[in-house]
Design a protein around this ligand. Structure first.
Ligand code: 9J3
Length: 276
């Protein structure tokens, strides 16, 4: 009997059991300001493309290559009106390298409205966790949705339809529905201060105000509607922290969310329901 191996086995069982009971599954080293703002996180990643079909327009799955960390949370991300996945592809490697399986998708039609984009996010998550080549790497109980503009509106729609989602992140979200009080999903609303297409005062701010679950509102100073479309350190920091905190249940990331940051620099406004 190898005592060291037995001790290791018992420890592993305890960790897995604790993670199962607490709904928490942490990945990666203890985070720092440098790690949440880095261009890439600690995990090596690979990607695989998916053809159109299965209820959405295909996409690209970015995933950590390690198979010795258990399953990772899954995140589906949809672009906005007339956009393709290139508008949101920077989140793929950025978030996957922090320990998520990330699915950036195209839509069935580039003119699809938010409810259709929400349905396609949910279809993409179903595909990701059941038939995709990386299905075994994804925890079907730890899923999140994100989207830009009408895709952000779609993320709110998706969360209203699937109460099991662990996080929703509309990015410069656009939706004619502004009351999301029935959503139970922890939601990070990302807004661009000078957005002339999805004006903050008629979209992101009313979304945020209506939400009754755990929430935060991050407004990027001086930014326009496209502010979530290219690599942005501030957006990445809060998106990573939100997903870690609410998809993985990883309390190590609470330090980046609560107490909330003061306005200044790249942040024109930040609101939250801290503590969480
Ligand atoms: O970029 C978007 O998805 C948004 C919004 C828009 O142009 O709506 C007009 C109908």
């Amino acid at each position: 009997m190898n005592v060291r191996r037995s001790v290791a086995s018992v420890l592993l069982i305890v960790v897995v059991l604790a993670a199962t009971l607490t709904g928490c599954d942490i990945h990666g080293p203890d985070p720092t300001e440098a790690s949440v703002t880095a261009p890439l996180g600690p995990f090596a990643t690979a990607s695989t493309t998916v053809a159109a079909g299965n209820g959405f327009g295909g996409g690209t799955i970015y995933y950590p290559t390690t198979t010795s960390e258990g399953r990772f949370g899954g995140v589906a991300i949809v672009p906005g009106f007339t956009e393709s996945q290139s508008a949101i592809s920077w989140y793929g490697p950025r978030l996957a390298s922090q320990g998520f399986v990330v699915f950036t998708i195209d839509t069935n039609g580039i003119f699809d409205f938010p409810p259709a984009r929400g349905d396609q996010l949910l279809a993409a998550l179903t595909y990701l966790t059941t038939t995709s080549t990386v299905a075994s790497r994804v925890d079907p109980n730890r899923l999140a949705v994100m989207g830009h503009s009408m895709g952000g509106g779609g993320a709110l729609d998706a969360a209203s339809k699937n109460k099991a989602l662990k996080a929703a992140i509309p990015l410069a979200g656009w939706n004619t529905t502004t009351n999301w009080a029935a959503n139970v999903t922890p939601t990070l609303v990302v807004a661009c201060q000078n957005d002339a297409i999805a004006q903050v005062a008629s979209h992101s701010k009313p979304f945020y105000d209506s939400i009754t679950s755990e929430k935060a509102f991050l407004e990027l100073a001086g930014a326009d509607h496209s502010c979530p479309n290219t690599a942005n350190t501030t957006i990445a920091k809060y998106v990573i922290s939100w997903l870690k905190r609410f998809v993985d249940g990883d309390a190590r990331y609470t330090q980046f969310l609560c107490p909330p940051p003061a306005a200044g620099g790249t942040i024109s406004r930040y609101l939250s329901t801290c503590p969480y």
